[in-house]
Design a protein around this ligand. Structure first.
Ligand SMILES: Cc1cc2nc3c(=O)[nH]c(=O)nc-3n(C[C@H](O)[C@H](O)[C@H](O)COP(=O)(O)OP(=O)(O)OC[C@H]3O[C@@H](n4cnc5c(N)ncnc54)[C@H](O)[C@@H]3O)c2cc1C
Length: 521
C-alpha cells in the first residue's frame, strides 16, 4: 500500500490510449503525472506472448488502414521504430472455403455467394441510413436475414464479424486506406508503446520510473468533487489528483470494477451501456510440421459449418514467421465465450476435428495450444467496442464527455476509428489536449477570480479595520469604570466592548479566508 500523494493528473490504464494521453501531458510539462495500471505490464490489448518459439500477438495484430490519402499515425510510428511487418490480405480467404468433407468450394460459387452477401449487407445499411432510429436492427452477430447454407453462414460471419471494408460506411471514415499489415516482430506490437513512453516513463537504463507509473494498481473507486479526485485502489492505496484520465475499456466501464462517488450521471451511464462489446479470440496451435497449403493467396482459409462462427476463420503464420508451423483460428462473441469457459484440452479436440475434416485424418496432432481469455479478464471484459454501424453522434459525444474532473479516453471514445489501435492512440492524444486546455482555462479562471474578487475584498477588509473605532471602545470602558467598580452596568459594558472586538476580529479573519479560498466559478 502506498502512502497518500497528490498529482496534477492521474491516468488510469497503460494501454495505447493511456500512454498517448500521458505523453501529450508530459511533453507539455505536467511533471507530477502518475499512471496507475491494474496489470503487471503496459500495453493493455496490445500484448505479445512467446509461443512455439516466436512472438504471437494475443490482442491487436494488424496495423489496419494503410495506403490511403492520409497517413495512419500508427503506421508512421511503426516505420520510425523499424517494426517488422508483412502485408496481409484476408479478402483472399473467400477463395479458400472448405466444406466439411475437405472440398474447396469452386471459386465461382464462393464469389457468387460473397457478392450476394455483400449486396444484402449494403442494402441493410441503406435501410438503416434512411431510418437511423432502427439502429438495433443491425448489429454484429445479428445478421439481418438468416442465411441458410454453411457457405452463406461462413461468408456472413467473415463479412460482419471481421467488418470487411465492403460493408463499412466508408463515407464516415477518413481514408487511411484499406491495406493491412501484420506485425511480425519478436519485440511485438507493444514495442511501439515502449518507444512512445521511453522519454517519460523509463530511466535511461530502461527501468520504469516508479514516480510516474505504478503497475498492479487496480483502481476500485473514484471519489470526485469540483476540487479534485481521490483514487482508491484494491490494495488500499489512496491517490489524490486535480484531474483523472480514465482509459479503461468499455467492457470495464460496463462492469462494476470501478465505482464512482458520487455516481456517474444518467446520460453517461446510458451512453456506456449503448455500446456493444465484441469478443474476438485468436487461438494459436503449434504443429510439428505443415500440412496446409502455403502459396500466394493461401494465407487465410475458411471452414464452412452449419454453426455460424464455428472455427470458421483460419490463418497460417508462415508469412510472418516462416517455419514456425503455427495456425491461428479466430472465434468471436458467443463461440469465444464458450471456449473461454472450457478447458483448453476440449478446445484442442474441437479444433483438431475441424482440421481433420478439412485436411484429412492423417494430419499430426497439435503439440501446443494458446487460448487468450479477453472476456474473462476483469481488466478487459471483451476485445473492443462495437458500435452498431449507424450510431447516433450523441452516443459518441456522451461517451467521451468528461464528468467534472474525470476525462474519458480509449478506443471506444474514437468516433472514426473505434475498435482499432490507431483509434486508441488518437483518442489519447485528443483527451490529453482537451485536458491541457481545461487546465489552462482553470488557471485563468482562478487568477481572474482572484484579481477580480481578491482586491475588492482586501480593500473592504482594510476599510473595516480602519473604520473600527478603538477610541470609542476605550471611552466606553473608561465611562464604565467611572460609574463605579463592581457595578453591574460596568460589567455589562465591558462585556459588550470585548464582544465587539472579538466579533470584529472574527469578521476580518473570515474575509481573509474567503479571499484565498474563492472556489472555481
Ligand atoms: C484479440 C484482439 C484483436 C485485435 N486486433 C486488432 C488489430 O488487428 N488492429 C487494431 O488496430 N486493433 C485491434 N484490436 C483492438 C486494439 O487492441 C484496441 O483497440 C486498443 O489496443 C485499445 O487500447 P486502449 O488504450 O483503448 O485500451 P486498453 O489497451 O484496454 O488499455 C486499458 C488499460 O487499462 C487497464 N485497466 C483496466 N481496468 C483498470 C483498473 N481498474 N485500474 C487500473 N487499470 C485498469 C488495463 O489493464 C489496460 O492496460 C484488437 C483487440 C483484441 C483484444
Amino acid at each position: 500500500m502506498d502512502s497518500p500523494s497528490r498529482s496534477s493528473v492521474i491516468v488510469i490504464g497503460a494501454g495505447v490510449s493511456g500512454i498517448s494521453a500521458a505523453k501529450v501531458l508530459a511533453e507539455k510539462g505536467i511533471e507530477d503525472l502518475l499512471i496507475l495500471e491494474a496489470s503487471d505490464r503496459i500495453g493493455g490489448r496490445i500484448r505479445k506472448e512467446n509461443f512455439g518459439g516466436v512472438s504471437v500477438e494475443l490482442g491487436a495484430g494488424w496495423i489496419a488502414g494503410v495506403g490511403g490519402k492520409e497517413s495512419n499515425p500508427v503506421w508512421d510510428l511503426a516505420a520510425k521504430s523499424s517494426l517488422r511487418t508483412c502485408f496481409s490480405d484476408y479478402s483472399n480467404a473467400r477463395y479458400n472455403i472448405y466444406d466439411r468433407s475437405g472440398k474447396i468450394f469452386p471459386s465461382g460459387i464462393a464469389a457468387d455467394s460473397y457478392k450476394r452477401a455483400v449486396e444484402s449487407a449494403i442494402q441493410q445499411l441503406r435501410i438503416q441510413e434512411a431510418n437511423p432510429c432502427s439502429r438495433d436492427l443491425y448489429k454484429v452477430s445479428e445478421p439481418p436475414s438468416a442465411p441458410k447454407t454453411p457457405i452463406e453462414l461462413a461468408i456472413d460471419f467473415i463479412l460482419h464479424d471481421f467488418e470487411m471494408a465492403e460493408v463499412e460506411p466508408i463515407s464516415t471514415y477518413v481514408d487511411f486506406g484499406e491495406r493491412e499489415f501484420l506485425v511480425a516482430d519478436e519485440r511485438g506490437y507493444e514495442h511501439l508503446l515502449y518507444k512512445m513512453a521511453e522519454d517519460f516513463l523509463f530511466t535511461s537504463g530502461g527501468k520504469i520510473l516508479d514516480s510516474r507509473l505504478k503497475l498492479n494498481k487496480v483502481v476500485r473507486e473514484l471519489q470526485h468533487s469540483r476540487n479534485g479526485v481521490t483514487v482508491i485502489t484494491e490494495d488500499g492505496s489512496v491517490y489524490d489528483a486535480d484531474y483523472v484520465v480514465l482509459s479503461v475499456s468499455i467492457g470495464v466501464l460496463q462492469s462494476d470494477l470501478i465505482s464512482f462517488n458520487p455516481s456517474l450521471p444518467r446520460w453517461k451511464t446510458e451512453a456506456i451501456q449503448q455500446c456493444d462489446v465484441m469478443v474476438y479470440t485468436k487461438i494459436f496451435l503449434k504443429f510439428p510440421y505443415k500440412f496446409w497449403p502455403c502459396g500466394p493467396g493461401k494465407e487465410f482459409f475458411i471452414y464452412a459449418h452449419e454453426r455460424r462462427g464455428y472455427y470458421t476463420f483460419w490463418q497460417h503464420m508462415e508469412n510472418a514467421y516462416p517455419g514456425s508451423n503455427i495456425l491461428v483460428v479466430t472465434l468471436t462473441n458467443g463461440e469465444s465465450k464458450r471456449v473461454e469457459a472450457q478447458p483448453d484440452g476440449e478446445t484442442l479436440k474441437e479444433a483438431m476435428e475441424v482440421l481433420r475434416n478439412m485436411f484429412g485424418p492423417d494430419i499430426p496432432d497439435a503439440t501446443d495450444i494458446l487460448v487468450p481469455r479477453w472476456y474473462n479478464n476483469r481488466f478487459q471484459r471483451g476485445s473492443y467496442s462495437n458500435y452498431p454501424i449507424i450510431t447516433n453522434d450523441q452516443d459518441f459525444h456522451d461517451i467521451k464527455t468528461p464528468v467534472g474532473r474525470i476525462f474519458f479516453t480509449g478506443e471506444h471514445t474514437s468516433e472514426r476509428f473505434s475498435g482499432y489501435v490507431h483509434g486508441g492512440y488518437l483518442a489519447g492524444i485528443g483527451t490529453g489536449k482537451a485536458l491541457l486546455e481545461e487546465m489552462e482555462k482553470d488557471k485563468e479562471r482562478k487568477s481572474e477570480s482572484q484579481t477580480f474578487l481578491l482586491e475588492p475584498l482586501l480593500a473592504l477588509t482594510e476599510a473595516l479595520r480602519d473604520s473600527f473605532d478603538w477610541s470609542a471602545v476605550a471611552a466606553e470602558v473608561a465611562a464604565a469604570a467611572a460609574i463605579g467598580a463592581g457595578s453591574a452596568a460596568m460589567v455589562l459594558l465591558i462585556q459588550i466592548a470585548v464582544l465587539r472586538i472579538v466579533a470584529q476580529i472574527l469578521f476580518l479573519c473570515f474575509i481573509k479566508q474567503l479571499c484565498f479560498h474563492i472556489p472555481n466559478p
